[in-house]
Ligand binder design. Sequence first.
Ligand SMILES: Cc1cc2nc3c(=O)[nH]c(=O)nc-3n(C[C@H](O)[C@H](O)[C@H](O)COP(=O)(O)O)c2cc1C
Length: 222
Amino acid sequence: MTIWEAMEERHTVRHFTDEAVDEEALSALSARIDALNVQFGLDMSLHVDEELQLWPGMTLFYSSGVNNFIALAGPNGSEGAEHIGYCGADLLLLAQQLGVNTWWIGGTYNMKKASEGTKGELYGVIAFGYGKEEGKSHKSKDAARVSRYEGTAPSWFEKGVEAALLAPTAMDKQAFMITGRGDEVRISYKAGAFSEVDCGIIKYFFEQGAGKENFRFVNGNK
Ligand SMILES: Cc1cc2nc3c(=O)[nH]c(=O)nc-3n(C[C@H](O)[C@H](O)[C@H](O)COP(=O)(O)O)c2cc1C
């Protein structure tokens, strides 16, 4: 499965079967987590066959079978949050390529328990496993509402925006604006809960669509 197919086929899944996740998929996820932790100075960890204690009410009809998760911990501050978004996006798409479904959860679980043994701030978790269904496409804004390019937009920019619109965002807000000029791209984001994490996710997806070699990011909100 190409990364583009993974972006198109990934949707949030909240109901998982009891089937154990394939050992090979687990080692691939574990190796990627280790590599990202080293590269970005994060403290993400893999939790297999360990119940994620969701807030009461969430387990009634909303979700089931959440017994595997990745704890998304890293240094406090906006850079840490953005890196978590960027690396979490990488893990979501790797999981999809391995045939594993995912659900990014910001804060509606027992954070104290999930953060046991982790360093820094716990920005969220990615629940994973084999979905009872594949999920469905989220409602999406039009590219024209979330992007602007000075002059005629090159195709790499349009592809990047298309990819960014496939990305998950907290409460499906898609509250970002992508502006381009020459080979410079700026992602700005309306401040709110998880906005810096969302920004990291958008950067990752944009990069997959646009191709890293075609542009460079310049500071967005800062
Ligand atoms: C940072 C972040 C936090 C999220 N938190 C929650 C959450 O607490 N509960 C939940 O049910 N979904 C949560 N989601 C999932 C989003 O609601 C979902 O990604 C969005 O609606 C888009 O749907 P999609 O993932 O199928 O594209 C979160 C997603 C992100 C990126």
